[in-house]
Design a protein around this ligand. Structure first.
Ligand code: C2E
Ligand code: MG
Ligand code: MG
Ligand code: MG
Length: 291
């Protein structure tokens, strides 16, 4: 027993763990201030139509310009924001800013503005009781048609606690926004929930795009996922497309939309505007039907 306690005590005072906890607390404090000080920025990644190879939508991906650490990617701070609940005000800011930006692009470039902006919702945001009301208010304030907003919810969030999940999805669907399952293929990938839940779109995780080059199994899996999406009349996107070969495969198997470094990385708004314009100039671009 004494030995066990001794062991536990050593764990408590482990300097590496202590340093990690201090680091986390610092990031947590910085996150709170960062939001007040306007240190966050949204980058947008173009999403292209596989057939026309033209950009039709964008995904909003948040970035943090930390005053000392420089640019921090969401993989590092979203989990902390989630655990501390700061994701709720941060996520609200992302939603409002992404909607404002899309409305501004439509005013500035009526012919080549994206038909929708995708915004990632975290589990905590998704469970927040005022989410639907908050989104309704943002749409009203920006004047954006609800169908121009696509909410990405990860497969793992959709999978747990199905009764309240279904209710939350229905509330959002009633607003008229689009719903997409993000990172599809990384969790249980139950096809039955896709049928039960009012989703409009499936985004296949980028780990599968990477596998397309070497693995017949990944090719078969992606083909099957796309076939399932098509059968359920879900629009299907593959993320992380980096090569022409991957693109050609995806076109062959009936994928609708693609995003990835082959076309463009996530970019600040002015670069996105340039990308959309360049698309317009280089080939007879037919503007997407605006929803
Ligand atoms: P996600 O929603 O699955 O976003 C796609 C990620 O794939 C982005 O990473 C994007 O930069 C990256 N990506 C796109 N194309 C390629 C490619 O061709 N190759 C490679 N290697 N990567 C590619 P990012 O921006 O670092 O975001 C990571 C994750 O952070 C997102 O994954 C999303 O889950 C989360 N996230 C980002 N912004 C937000 C936000 O505003 N709210 C919430 N709740 N989560 C966010
Ligand atoms: Mg996403
Ligand atoms: Mg994803
Ligand atoms: Mg992902």
């Amino acid at each position: 027993r004494a030995k066990l306690l001794g062991k536990a005590r050593r764990v408590v005072f482990d300097p590496a763990m202590y340093a990690q906890a201090v680091e986390r607390l610092a990031l947590e404090r910085d996150l709170r201030h960062g939001l007040e000080r306007g240190e966050f920025q949204i980058y947008y990644q173009p999403v292209l139509d596989v057939r026309t190879r033209r950009p039709v939508e964008v995904e909003a991906l948040v970035r943090w310009h930390h005053p000392e650490r420089g640019l921090i990617s969401p993989g590092e701070f979203i989990p902390i924001a989630e655990e501390t609940g700061l994701i709720v005000p941060l996520g609200h800011w992302v939603l409002a800013e992404a909607c404002r930006q899309l409305a501004a692009w439509r005013t500035a470039f009526p012919d080549c503005a994206p038909s929708a902006v995708s915004v990632n919702l975290s589990a905590r945001q998704f469970r927040h009781p005022s989410l639907t009301a908050d989104i309704a208010q943002i749409l009203a304030e920006t004047g954006l048609p609800p169908a121009s907003l696509k909410l990405e919810i990860t497969e793992s969030v959709m999978m747990d606690d199905t009764a309240s999940t279904l209710e939350a999805l229905r509330d959002l669907k009633q607003l008229g926004v689009q719903l997409a399952v993000d990172d599809f293929g990384t969790g249980y990938s139950s096809l039955s929930y896709l049928k039960r839940f009012p989703t409009d779109a499936m985004k296949i995780d980028r780990s599968f795009a990477r596998g397309l080059d070497q693995s017949r199994e990944d090719q078969a899996l992606v083909e099957a996922m796309i076939a399932a999406a098509n059968a359920l009349r879900l629009q299907v996107t593959v993320e992380g497309v980096e090569t022409e070969e991957q693109l050609e495969f995806l076109e062959r198997v009936g994928c609708d939309l693609v995003q990835g470094f082959l076309f463009a990385p996530p970019m600040p708004p002015d670069e996105v505007a340039r990308f959309l314009h360049t698309g317009l100039q280089t080939s007879g671009f037919h503007p997407p039907a605006l929803l």
